[in-house]
Design a protein around this ligand. Structure first.
Ligand SMILES: [Zn+2]
Ligand SMILES: [Zn+2]
Length: 287
């Protein structure tokens, strides 16, 4: 039992960080810079938690930001529980309005990601991912035994479920609070942040998608950001978008003011290229 729990805990931490840092903050949002070796380490850690093709994941996530909570959002809550949580992963191909050749040009250049994407055949990409995830546990079984292999497998499968339910829970206004008056229903939730190593500050993330930090206030704990900051300290991350919460508010307020006055001299924000510009709560309520 001890081996199972130890393997589970270690795997949960490593794979969750791979997902949040590798798939989300790096591939989907390019919120920090690092070497290809560091990138592959985190992306592989995410991949082995049943997260399937990095191109598919990042492309649909970029689409989620672009079309949040509208009919074009690939896992919008408006389509109901089934579609929002897991129905969308059974699509055979990318939705017609989401073209990875357009939305993920940067990722398509990478031959490893192209291979894992299986030419855009979504179901084949999922099957390959499942096969490699089980294959990865074979050496664990041979070296550390069955409890360790099962602990690793359980962590991977639970992370997959957490990711799917996260899409639902992070967009239910009743179970969280908002720092930014974004046009979607995203909220910040402490428990979600705890089990996802910082991703639960989802309204902050929709407000500042280009930021490597999801936790914006001191009390909003963000282990993924602490890890990125540590890697920057030891030289494995060369740059990270670490704009402070107050600066985001100030810039967004200036941007909002610029739109109201219809002037174009407002400095542009460091944002994800596919994200609409939101307005901070303080600025929108002041109007
Ligand atoms: Zn969202
Ligand atoms: Zn995102």
């Amino acid at each position: 039992m001890q081996e199972f729990l130890l393997a589970f805990f270690l795997s949960y931490v490593v794979h969750t960080l791979g997902l949040t840092i590798g798939y989300h903050r790096l591939l989907s949002h390019r919120s920090f810079h690092c070497s290809k070796a560091v990138e592959y380490f985190f992306v592989a850690s995410g991949y082995l938690a049943f997260q399937t093709s990095p191109i598919w994941w990042a492309t649909l996530h970029r689409a989620h930001h672009r079309y949040s909570d509208t009919a074009k959002d690939p896992h919008a809550l408006m389509y109901g529980f089934r579609r929002c949580v897991y129905g969308w992963i059974f699509d055979e191909k990318y939705p017609d309005h989401i073209d990875p050749e357009v939305m993920s040009k940067d990722l398509i250049k990478d031959p490893v990601y192209r291979f894992l994407d299986q030419g855009g055949n979504v179901q084949r990409g999922h099957i390959l991912n499942g096969f490699l995830c089980f294959l990865f546990r074979v050496p664990i079984l041979m070296i550390w035994g069955l409890p360790a292999a099962l602990g690793s497998l359980a962590a991977g499968l639970i992370i997959q479920q957490v990711t799917l339910y996260f899409n639902l829970l992070s967009h239910i206004p009743k179970i969280g609070y908002r720092n930014f008056a974004t046009t979607d229903d995203s909220v910040n939730n402490f428990w979600l942040a705890l089990i996802t190593m910082g991703e639960g500050w989802h309204n902050n993330h929709h407000g500042c998608p280009g930021s490597a930090k999801a936790g914006m206030r001191v009390e909003e704990i963000d282990p993924a950001w602490y890890t990125i900051a540590f890697l920057r300290k030891i030289g494995l991350v060369s740059w990270a978008n670490d704009t402070a919460f107050e600066q985001h508010c100030e810039k967004l307020a200036r941007k909002a003011l610029g739109e109201v006055l219809n002037i174009s001299v407002v400095p542009s924000l460091v944002e994800s290229p596919v994200e609409p510009i939101p307005v901070p709560v303080s600025a929108s309520s002041a109007k």
